[in-house]
Ligand binder design. Structure first.
Ligand code: KG4
Ligand code: ZN
Length: 351
């Protein structure tokens, strides 16, 4: 089966073609157009994002089809998968409306795909072994989810953030430090030159007394850490030392955040006896996070799989991959397919 994927949930307009069956799926093409315009606002402006998707979605899709060796009209595609939730509704509507129109023109089925389920499938496009069963840590700008994935479509939610998402914490701390948006990569770069002993922040929601069954055993929270960083930034600034302290503060922040994510992910892998941990979402690009999770699961013989940056951040390849799996099971969306700001991942259970 050959599936065209379309993603427009936030500030990336992306289209991709994948082909194959089961877990033998090949990436034929992937085009991602990032809307850099939002940088000047320090965050995504929804209406600007929608309008940018509207001008980009047709050429981006045509390019992805051409790169896959297909005519730009889309002949040769068996189905279309489009992100329909969660995300900015105006942005999602652009992709959904276009996918429906193209599906009607080509007489092929359309399936609405869940953006976070896409992130779960992304790493499998890079690593043939990144398939269930595994423990998943999804860390993006809008979501932070710790899941046990017994099989595709069978997702047990173990923990999530009580406040900011992990990527949001990176972005907010970057702003405090005067670093550009999005802040994850600038913080990771700055932290490489940082002294880990200079500013030690307590890893959030982590203490030795936590036991399985406790509400905070898997849950996450990052707003307290952000406030602790803010106090340190203010103190350094008052002494005129912020520029000197910046790499050390970035390092202290990143170490604390990673300590929590790594330990909670290792707890989940251990509890469910999973030998594989799959990372997903933009924060999964972070090398220190990848290394931290690997260190935490090594004592149990676990291996961490992280997507390449192109597949970690928002992209349509993961949407096509997740859609292909659902299409193979006979799932189809009908003409009433709509866009939703939030929606649980299909197949998600909490116990
Ligand atoms: O998955 P994604 O592209 O978009 C959402 O669905 O939100 O994630 C974007 C987030 C941003 O918060 C960005 O700062 C973060 O991923 N990010 C990183 C790194 N690269 C991107 N965070 C930490 N380290 C990185 N290297
Ligand atoms: Zn995402």
């Amino acid at each position: 089966m050959r599936v065209l994927g379309i993603e427009s949930s936030c500030d990336e307009t992306s289209a991709a073609v994948v082909s194959g069956t089961g877990d033998a799926v090949r990436l034929e093409s992937l085009v991602i157009l990032s809307q850099d315009v939002h940088r000047i606002f320090g965050g995504v402006v929804p209406e600007i994002a929608s309008r940018a998707h509207l001008t980009a979605v047709v050429p981006v899709t045509r390019q992805a089809l051409t790169d896959a060796g297909l005519p730009p009209s889309g002949e040769g595609i068996d189905a279309i998968a489009v992100t329909h939730a969660p995300g900015l509704v105006g942005a999602l509507l652009v992709g959904v409306a276009y996918a429906k129109a193209l599906g009607a023109t080509l007489h092929v089925p359309v399936i609405g795909a869940h953006h976070m389920e896409g992130h779960l499938f992304a790493t499998a496009l890079d690593h043939a072994d990144a398939v269930p069963p595994f423990t998943a840590l999804l860390v993006s700008g809008g979501h932070t989810l710790l899941l046990d994935v017994a099989a595709w479509g069978d997702y047990r939610l173990l923990g999530s953030t009580r406040d900011d998402a992990a990527g949001e914490a990176f972005d907010k701390v970057a702003k405090l430090l005067g670093l550009p948006y999005p802040g994850g990569r600038p913080i990771e770069m700055a932290a490489r030159d940082g002294d880990p002993t200079r500013h030690r922040f307590a890893p959030p929601m982590l203490h030795g007394g936590q036991k399985p069954g406790d509400e905070d055993y898997y849950d996450l929270s990052f707003s307290g850490l952000k406030t602790a960083v803010l106090r340190t930034v203010r103190a350094a600034d008052a002494e005129g030392r912020l520029a000197d302290e910046l790499p050390h503060i970035a390092r202290g922040f990143q170490d604390a955040l990673i300590a929590t994510l790594a330990e909670k992910t290792a707890r989940a892998a251990r509890a469910f006896g999973r030998a594989r941990v799959v990372l997903g979402g933009g924060v999964a690009c972070n090398r220190a996070l990848q290394a931290g999770v690997q260190r935490a699961i090594s004592p149990y013989g676990g291996t961490v799989y992280a997507p390449t940056p192109k597949l970690a951040t928002d992209n349509a390849a993961m949407i096509a991959r997740a859609g292909l799996w659902r299409l193979e099971r006979g799932e189809r969306s009908d003409a009433s397919l709509n866009a939703y700001a939030s929606l649980p991942i299909p197949g998600l259970r909490t116990s």
